[in-house]
Design a protein around this ligand. Structure first.
Ligand SMILES: [Zn+2]
Length: 342
């Protein structure tokens, strides 16, 4: 089985975006604030958007199951207050849940959280619980920067975030550390802010001792880990200077990287530098980079080609990257699959 651990509902029906725009207008003018019940999306609408897009590409490219969360750039936690985020997160999570019900063999949901700048993360717990208990979510996306590019929250190692981690440990769910839209003109959302955040999250963990407090906590750092694998020597050297244990011991029992790196040399580097046990297959299609690579004639985000093309990987390594590691990092997914005899 090939599990893609990083998919977003980027192709949701237009009605969702229209509703969100009305919600944003309603922040300034409460008379315009739409009711949740005014958003009408039928099962046929959902089927159509999935079958013509993600599912079609999964079949063409050969992946079986996608861990599916709301569109990351649309989380936009910086917009409005906690209530705005809370209503929005509930709507988006419900849609991903409905997709997972319509296509139970192909999609499993992961939740966005109703984060809001300056608001205690423990306010996210009710939505997190609902998504795990009622919707069968197997993971969450945790935004380390709800301000959208201004970095006003404490680092991920700060006790500020502990209420979320306590719930993650209780439910045995990992978090993908995933920012949203940048509202800082210096940082392009998917070209800079995402990769900055991946690198920043990794370095925060390196500097701290978070996994001493939470030995079973698991973070998935997307987009191939940002700059972390490329600069592994720098990070190893910094750990040494800070008198930290080796990165293997300090971070690699808790931190994992996905394969959303959109060219062969990048995947070759990732798989040469990072132990196979810490790499999970992902494509993040249909996402940041939607075109075809003129050098290869294939879509940039068809990442399975790069895993298949990585010369140093053995058959067992590929099995781990495609399936085994995801089942280990997402124990609730593993349990759901086992219950289906898979
Ligand atoms: Zn993403």
């Amino acid at each position: 089985m090939i599990i893609d651990c990083h998919g977003h509902y980027t192709t949701a029906p237009k009605a969702l975006e229209d509703w969100r725009n009305r919600q944003i207008a309603g922040i300034k003018n409460p008379a315009e604030m739409p009711k949740v019940s005014e958003l009408k999306i039928s099962d046929d609408d959902l089927r159509e958007t999935i079958e013509a897009n993600q599912l079609k590409l999964m079949r063409e490219r050969g992946s079986d199951l996608t861990i599916f969360s709301p569109r990351a750039s649309f989380m936009a936690h910086h917009i409005g207050d906690f209530n705005v985020s809370s209503t929005w997160a509930a709507i988006c999570n419900e849609l991903c849940y409905r997709v997972s019900q319509l296509f139970p063999d192909n999609f499993v949901p992961a939740a966005m959280l109703p984060q809001s700048p300056g608001v205690d993360p423990k306010t996210c717990i009710p939505e997190l619980e609902r998504c795990v208990k009622e919707y069968g979510n197997v993971g969450i996306n945790l935004n380390p920067d709800p301000s959208g590019g201004h970095w006003t929250s404490p680092p991920l190692t700060d006790r500020h975030w502990y209420p979320i981690y306590e719930k993650m440990v209780e439910y045995d769910i990992p978090a993908m550390i995933h920012v949203s839209t940048s509202c800082n003109a210096c940082f392009h959302t998917t070209g800079a802010h995402y990769l900055n955040a991946d690198t920043t999250a990794f370095m925060q963990c390196l500097e701290g001792n978070l996994f001493k407090d939470f030995p079973t906590l698991k973070f998935l750092i997307p987009h191939g880990g940002g700059a972390a694998p490329y600069h592994w020597g720098r990070f190893r050297g910094l750990a040494d200077m800070m008198k930290k244990p080796s990165l293997d011991e300090h971070l690699l029992n808790n931190i994992y990287f996905d394969t959303c790196v959109y060219h062969q040399p990048g995947i070759d580097l990732l798989t040469n530098v990072i132990p196979v046990k810490n790499i999970l297959f992902a494509s993040e299609m249909i996402g940041a980079v939607r075109g075809k690579d003129p050098y290869t004639g294939h879509y940039f985000d068809d990442t399975k080609r790069y895993i298949d093309g990585a010369k140093t990987l053995s058959a067992d390594d590929r099995l781990a990257i495609y399936e085994g590691n995801a089942r280990r990092v997402f124990p609730r997914l593993d349990a759901q699959l086992k219950a289906k005899g898979k």
